[in-house]
Design a protein around this ligand. Structure first.
Ligand SMILES: [Zn+2]
Ligand SMILES: [Zn+2]
Length: 445
């Protein structure tokens, strides 16, 4: 066994032999969805799988992360293969957790299944003998940036610095020894996205918590003595809406506030109204500028009503830039399975992922593969093709490890050497820390 092709066949056969197990992992997690930084059962399943594969691993990274290492014993770069542990809150999803309403409506359960399948194939010493460098298998918490108030509480309690899984793991040094990284997301709509797709880039974002403070008063008897924080918030949102036409199409700005607390009692003028929003854009410059614009609109709402507004800007995710050399390796493998028509190169996309943060500091790839149906983050999202969603990504990850780390890791070394980071790790952490800002605005105050 000495060619890359033979090695790929070996890992694919190993994954095919275990496909029932891999599908079972995906379905078990689908049936047990947990929100970010609370993925304790999912993490335990990962740790148990690593233990069964006799892989050295560590648990409790950024609360719930689990990481295993495969050392080939030969020098070479370190490749991280990543899967995300977390679900979303999607009330009404057929497979929601009835208590928390968590549901795997973004397919992260499939990422873990694929990662476990790749781990099994790559833990074979006959495979490792042909590779150089190190493989780190990372099950990471909290990709979905949700439950902002809860996570902010964890930050105040000193349990987290950042509210997303990968930023937190970067801050804790878990990526310090990693030279390049990849993961595979699941997608629906194979018509548009093919069986396997890579975007050129994705939006980044900052996250805001906003609180309007008014004055409570009897809503019927004495509204003139109150200051209506809900109306102030509505004006703030109207201001944001009025600004939308000033955002250039090519900057892909997205601002989508929600009201998380709209008042307390119907016969009391609302004095405490809270919003959350993301401000997304194509580059950090675009995001920073749009963020300042949004803050101005939010202040205007407070000014009109003589209310106060507190704006807390939190570090979100950086724009994703997929490494083109890694993308071509991935697409070449998928072309071999699905043909030219089965692969898609997509342009810029407006969602965000914390894989963007990783992509700023090292060569990184975040492609997607089919196997789901419905709308991402919605009640109709489901895994419909377990082979495609759970088993094929395992092969795709293992093949990338072979491509990158086979042949004395020549390809990985070249990609790492050619890579010009958008930010160093220190610059990245300084940037994200710089986003963190709190402002309290009061008219004349
Ligand atoms: Zn998602
Ligand atoms: Zn996702």
């Amino acid at each position: 066994m000495n060619t890359i092709a033979d090695l790929k066949q070996r890992v694919a056969d190993a994954i095919d032999d275990r496909q029932d197990e891999i599908i079972a992992i995906g379905e078990t997690i689908m049936g047990r969805p947990e929100l970010g930084f609370k993925e304790f059962e999912t993490a335990a399943l990962v740790a148990q799988t690593f233990a069964e594969l006799e892989l050295d691993h560590r648990t409790g990274l950024a609360i719930t992360g689990v990481s295993a290492r495969i050392e080939t014993g030969r020098p070479g770069p370190t490749l991280a293969l990543i899967g995300e542990l977390d679900a979303l809150t999607v009330p009404g999803h057929p497979r929601e957790d009835p208590t928390t309403h968590a549901a795997h409506a973004c397919g992260h359960n499939a990422q873990i299944a694929g990662l476990m399948g790749a781990a099994a194939a790559l833990s074979d010493p006959r495979v490792q003998r042909e590779l150089s460098g190190t493989i780190v298998l990372m099950a990471v918490p909290a990709e979905e940036y949700v439950e902002v108030e809860y996570r902010y509480g964890l930050q105040l309690a000193g349990e987290l610095e950042f509210l997303g899984g990968k930023p937190e793991l970067i801050a804790r040094g878990e990526f310090d020894e990693v030279d390049l990284a990849m993961m595979i997301h699941t997608h629906a709509q194979p018509d548009a996205n093919g069986m396997a797709a890579v975007t050129a880039s994705n939006n980044g974002c900052v996250v805001k918590q906003i609180r309007y403070v008014g004055v409570a008063s009897h809503a019927g008897a004495a509204p003139e003595r109150g200051v209506n924080a809900l109306y102030a918030a509505q004006l703030g949102m109207a201001g944001i809406n009025a600004l939308r036409e000033t955002f250039r199409d090519e900057d892909a700005v997205r601002v989508h506030p929600i009201i998380t607390h709209g008042g307390d009692l119907v016969n009391v003028i609302p004095a405490d109204v809270r919003l959350e929003t993301y401000v997304r854009g194509k580059t950090t410059d675009v995001i920073d500028a749009a963020s300042a614009t949004v803050d101005r609109a939010l202040r205007a709402g407070a000014m009109a009503l003589d209310a106060e507004v507190e704006i807390r800007s939190l570090p979100g995710y950086l724009p994703l830039v997929n490494n083109s050399a890694m993308a071509e390796l991935f697409l070449a493998n998928q072309r071999g399975v699905h043909g030219e028509d089965g692969i898609k190169r997509l342009g810029h996309r407006t969602g965000s992922t914390d894989m963007g943060d990783v992509s700023h500091i090292m060569p990184a790839l975040h492609p997607s593969m089919a196997g789901a149906t419905g709308t991402n983050h919605a009640t109709d999202w489901d895994i419909v093709d377990s082979q495609m969603a759970y088993v094929e990504p395992a092969k795709a990850l293992a093949w990338m490890a072979v491509d990158l780390l086979g042949n004395d890791a020549r390809t990985a070394r070249r990609i790492v050497d050619d890579f010009e980071p958008l930010m160093t790790r220190d610059e990245y952490l300084a940037y994200q820390r710089g986003v963190m800002r709190e402002e309290r605005w009061a008219h004349g105050g």
